[in-house]
Each structure stands twice: as structure tokens, then as C-alpha cells.
Design a protein around this ligand. Structure first.
Ligand SMILES: C[S@@+](CC[C@H](N)C(=O)[O-])C[C@H]1O[C@@H](n2cnc3c(N)ncnc32)[C@H](O)[C@@H]1O
Length: 558
């Protein structure tokens, strides 16, 4: 398999993307009939066949083979999906030329007709027109929305095949982007097998549903006159549409108690007597924007606790009262809040928050510590698998356990990783850009009686030369950036700091591989001198049925 790299995430490192281009386009396809690489790398030839491929009845004919290197926009091509790549898109190659084509929702082994929609630098995107023969490892998707919803893309792929594809993707990125050689004996034991998630459904502790004035319907139902496409909707955005909502009555990724709350809201919110209206993202009129449901656990009883957050365009508690009354009958519901968001954007964070029922927070337990979670705090969305992820982080940190070490927790969010290590170390210093997350981290430290953790608000993309003066040299650095990975200046800082260990936690294997390359091999262009040795890369599946992949990597100072 060849790695497809999201060029946007690598944009400040142009040499990587140009170096990757040959890998992306010139590799001979595995399943096609090429006798030599020359056949693939030969110059672009123009087909003598007419480009328009309509049959005698005027129907579009599928291009089976063309001698052009790449098909044109609008052209239909017969393809076989080879593997899953970035964002879970199916990687395919055009027969004869080996040109790379990416297709959303194409799964390994699937033969299908795709229509070219976009030409990117080194590949094209297609949309699936029809499946000719189904993918390998097919299973029946339990969710009725699985083929339309933007959330789960691989529900119909056997779970073992999903994790296999994720593991392959990480290895390819570490090799091609990270430039680690499979032939290097030092690299032999670096790649660890992926840790699967033993809870494949109902694992998300937070879901955010949107209200809308336009309901998205699949093509078949659009023809059915009894369905009204303008019907008010509560659910998830249809992929590619900012204004159309796929109505969802039940989501297989959230817990059963959360589904009961969703069903109760669905049952009544359209009742004209309640006078509730969805927010219209075109006219900006309307009241209801989002419904967020979060689940945690009571620290004492360990019983589920639910928070319901209504995000509305204005503060009208009297309008919400009937819904609040309906939801408080569920014993799990301990908090109902109302975030007021007056902006025209699609965000759910309010400028003001009101507690309509119960408390303003719920709690969750992670690695024996209690965490208070408010409506807008960041918290790992799969708490069950976060236990395993954090255990792996602790193992990689290799703490002595004598309380002598300093831990620097970069991108600390609400402090969860640092705090779970705090009891075994001398001091934890956490850095995070979001001020509310820093307040939550400080509160969480207090809640757990930990006084050896300091949390500092700051932007790690804008560190100055004075960065690091606030703390002693750390023994272990934990870095858990969001998808764009670490800024070059932060990498420069870490290479100068020379902490004995770095544990890099990543939710984007492409930027992670890039950063591992810098930390280990350096870069002439970026004037970086690598000084770390990559000891392990451990993929973890936190989000079954979705393309997301988490990795825990250990680096040791050479
Ligand atoms: C993947 S989360 C990790 C949070 C935490 N380590 C955890 O496990 O819950 C990444 C965090 O980085 C923060 N972040 C993003 N960009 C940042 C920046 N430029 N400087 C500091 N923190 C940033 C985000 O707000 C978020 O809390």
C-alpha cells in the first residue's frame, strides 16, 4: 500500500510533499497487469480514443482503460479499492496507468464505478456512482444510517479488517513520511500491533446533534412524494452539506441512556404547541441550534450521569421548560444546561451558559482519578479506551516511581494525562491554549488532592525564546497535539531541550510521522538536528467504524 498524505497538514514542509509525489503516483499497482515499472512511469500519452464516451443511446459509458495518465473531471472510471488511506478514503489506482484515485466510502476489494470530481496535486478524487462487486470482509451494518451518515464510514467492514487497515496506514506513514526504513534492524521492533477497542459500539461519551430546517434524504426517498425534504430535522450533518441534516433517532456510537434522551427530544420538539423552531443557517432565524448529550459516571456509585446541553440562539428558558420536564424523569439526567450562541457560525460553545436543572457539571473516572466535566470542556470522547491509552502513555513514560521526576505535559487539555501521572512524579507542568481547559485542569488537580501540578495557559505555536523559563528541565515530555501536529518552533525547542524521553500522543498519524522524522533525523531545510531514537509506535483504535487513528510513540534521547 502507498501512503496518501494530506498535503494540507504538511504545508509548511513542502519538501516532504514533493518527495512523496513519486510514491503517490508512480508505484506500480499491485493488482494490475504491468510487466515493468517503466510502463507506469512512461510520459503522459494522450489517448486517440474520443474523450466523450457516450453509447448509441446517449448514456455515459464507463472508461475501462485509457492511456492518459489521469482521467478528466466528470469522467467515469471502473476502479478497485486497494486499501484505506487518509480520512478512511479508499485508495484505488487507474488500471494501466497506476494513477492514484481516492474515493470516500470505497472499501478494500470493492469494484465500483467512480466519477472524477477533483484533481489534486498528485491524485484525483472520485465519487462512487455504483458498486459492481462488494468489498472484502463485508458485514451487515447494524445502523440504518450507516451508508449516509458522516460519522461511521466503515460499519459494513468487519472490525478486524478495519483495525488491520488502520495499522497498515500507520506503518506506511511512518515509513514514507517518517523515513524509517523497514530494512533497518533498529526499526524492526518499533511498530507495535494496533490495540483494538473491545467496545465497538456505544463508546462515545459525547455526541452533538444539530437542528435544521432542511432534512437530508437519500436519493431513493427524494423521489417518494410522501417525504418532505424541507421537514425540520435533528441529527447529523449530511457529508458535504452545511445546511442539510440527516434526521437521526438513534446513534449506535452513543450510550443507551443517551439514546433514550435523544428519542425523548425527537418525540416532542416539533410539536407546534411548544413553539420551538430549528435555527435556519441561511436566514439566521430560529431558536434551536444543537443538542449535546454527554455521559459520565458518579464517582461514588459509578452509575451513569447524563448532561443535556441545549444550544440556542437566544435565552428563552420558558420555551425549553416542557423539554426539561420531559427529560428530568430519566434518573441518569443530572444536568441540563443551556448555552446561548448568538453567532451565525455553526459552533456549539455559548457566550453564556445557564443551568436549567441539576448541576453544571458531570463527573468521569479515569485511571482512578475523578474529573469534573462541564458542557464545553475537552474530555477524551471514548473514556473506556482512554484508560488503555493513558496506561500506554504511563508505560512509555517509564517513571521511576520515586517522586523525583519532572513531567512536561504539552497540549494538556484539562490536564488528564499529567494528573494521572502526578502521584508518581515530583511535579507536572501542563501547557494548553484554551483558558477554560486550564481552569478545568486546576480544578481537577484540587478535586483529586494533587498539589504538584502547575497548568499554564499559552499558545505552543507561538513560543518565544523565553519559553521554558517557568519550569525545570523535564525528565519526560508528553506531547499530545491536535491534528496539525507540532509547530516547527516547538520541535526546535524540544531538540534543544534534550529531555531524556518524549512520549508523543497523536490523533493524526501523518503529522505524527512528519514530527518523528524531524525529532529523529532532523531536516536540513528546517535547520533541525535530530537527536532522538524512535523506540516504539503503538496505534490504538479509539473510534471503531471511523477513520480516526490514535498513536502513542516513544522517543529516547540518543
Ligand atoms: C488532542 S487534545 C489533547 C488533550 C489532553 N492531552 C487529553 O488527553 O485530554 C489537544 C489539545 O491541544 C490544545 N491545543 C491546540 N492547539 C494548541 C496550541 N497552539 N497551543 C497549546 N495548546 C493547543 C487543544 O485545545 C487541546 O486541548
Amino acid at each position: 500500500m502507498t501512503a496518501i498524505i494530506p498535503t494540507i497538514t504538511l504545508r509548511h514542509l513542502p519538501h516532504l510533499t514533493t518527495k512523496l509525489q513519486p510514491l503517490l503516483t508512480l508505484k506500480p499497482p499491485r493488482h494490475h497487469r504491468y510487466s515493468s515499472l517503466n510502463a507506469v512511469v512512461s510520459p503522459i500519452e494522450h489517448s486517440n480514443e474520443p474523450e466523450s464516451t457516450n453509447d448509441s443511446k446517449g448514456n455515459k459509458k464507463v472508461m475501462k482503460s485509457s492511456r492518459r495518465l489521469f482521467p478528466k473531471r466528470g469522467e467515469e472510471v471502473e476502479l478497485v479499492c486497494e486499501s484505506l488511506a487518509f480520512k478512511g478514503k479508499g485508495l484505488c489506482k487507474v488500471e494501466e496507468t497506476g494513477y492514484v484515485v481516492m474515493c470516500d466510502r470505497a472499501l478494500p476489494g470493492e469494484r465500483f464505478v467512480g466519477r472524477v470530481t477533483r484533481k489534486k496535486n498528485n491524485y484525483s478524487e472520485v465519487t462512487k456512482v455504483k458498486t459492481l462487486s462488494p468489498h472484502n470482509d463485508m458485514v451487515e451494518a447494524p445502523c440504518e444510517y450507516a451508508s449516509h451518515c458522516g460519522g461511521c464510514k466503515t460499519q459494513s467492514l468487519l472490525y478486524e479488517a478495519q483495525v488491520r487497515a488502520k495499522e497498515e496506514q500507520v506503518r506506511d506513514l511512518v515509513v514514507h513520511v517518517g523515513k524509517f526504513s523497514l530494512k533497518d534492524p533498529e526499526f524492526e521492533n518499533v511498530m507495535k500491533p494496533i490495540v483494538p477497542c473491545d467496545m465497538q459500539f456505544h463508546y462515545r461519551n459525547k455526541m452533538e446533534f444539530s437542528f435544521g430546517t432542511k432534512r437530508w434524504l437519500p436519493k431513493e426517498q427524494l423521489l417518494d412524494k410522501s417525504q418532505d425534504a424541507n421537514f425540520y430535522s435533528l441529527g447529523l450533518h449530511a457529508p458535504g452539506f452545511f445546511d442539510k441534516i440527516l434526521n437521526v433517532d438513534k446513534c449506535f456510537l452513543q450510550s443507551e441512556p443517551a439514546n433514550k434522551v435523544l428519542a425523548a427530544v425527537q418525540e416532542c420538539w416539533r410539536d407546534p404547541e411548544l413553539g420551538l423552531s430549528p435555527y435556519d443557517c441561511h436566514s439566521h432565524a430560529g431558536f434551536f441550534k444543537h443538542l449535546m448529550i454527554r455521559i459520565g459516571r458518579d464517582v461514588e456509585t459509578r452509575l451513569p450521569q447524563l448532561m443535556v446541553n441545549f444550544v440556542t440562539s437566544s435565552y428563552k428558558p420558558e420555551l425549553l421548560k416542557p423539554l426539561v420536564d420531559k427529560l428530568t424523569v430519566f434518573p441518569e439526567v443530572v444536568s441540563i444546561v443551556n448555552n446561548i450562541n448568538t453567532s451565525v457560525g455553526n459552533t456549539s460553545v455559548g457566550e453564556q451558559e445557564y443551568t436549567l436543572y441539576g448541576k453544571a457539571t458531570i463527573t468521569e473516572i479515569l485511571r482512578g482519578l475523578a474529573f469534573e466535566i462541564s458542557a464545553n470542556s475537552f474530555f477524551q470522547t471514548n473514556a473506556h479506551q482512554a484508560e488503555i491509552l493513558y496506561k500506554l502513555v504511563e508505560e512509555c513514560a517509564g517513571l521511576k516511581g520515586d517522586g523525583s521526576e519532572i513531567v512536561l505535559d504539552l497540549f494538556c487539555g484539562t490536564g488528564t494525562i499529567g494528573l494521572t501521572l502526578a502521584k508518581k512524579v515530583k511535579h507536572v507542568y501542563g501547557y494548553e491554549v484554551v483558558p477554560e481547559a486550564i481552569s478545568d485542569a486546576r480544578r481537577n488537580a484540587k478535586l483529586n488532592g494533587l498539589d504538584n501540578a502547575t497548568f499554564i495557559q499559552g499558545d505552543l505555536n507561538k513560543i518565544s525564546d523565553s519559553f521554558g523559563k517557568e519550569f525545570p528541565k523535564p525528565d519526560i515530555v508528553i506531547s499530545d497535539p491536535n491534528r496539525p501536529g507540532m509547530h516547527t518552533n516547538l520541535i526546535k525547542y524540544l531538540l534543544k531541550l534534550k529531555a531524556p524521553r518524549i512520549v508523543y500522543v497523536s490523533c493524526n498519524p501523518a503529522t505524527c510521522a512528519r514530527d518523528l522524522d524531524y525529532l529523529c533525523h532532523g531536516s536540513v531545510e528546517q535547520k533541525l538536528e535530530g537527536c532522538y531514537r524512535l523506540k516504539s509506535v503503538q496505534p490504538v483504535d479509539m473510534f471503531p467504524h471511523t477513520p480516526h487513528i490514535e498513536c502513542v510513540c516513544l522517543l529516547e534521547l540518543r
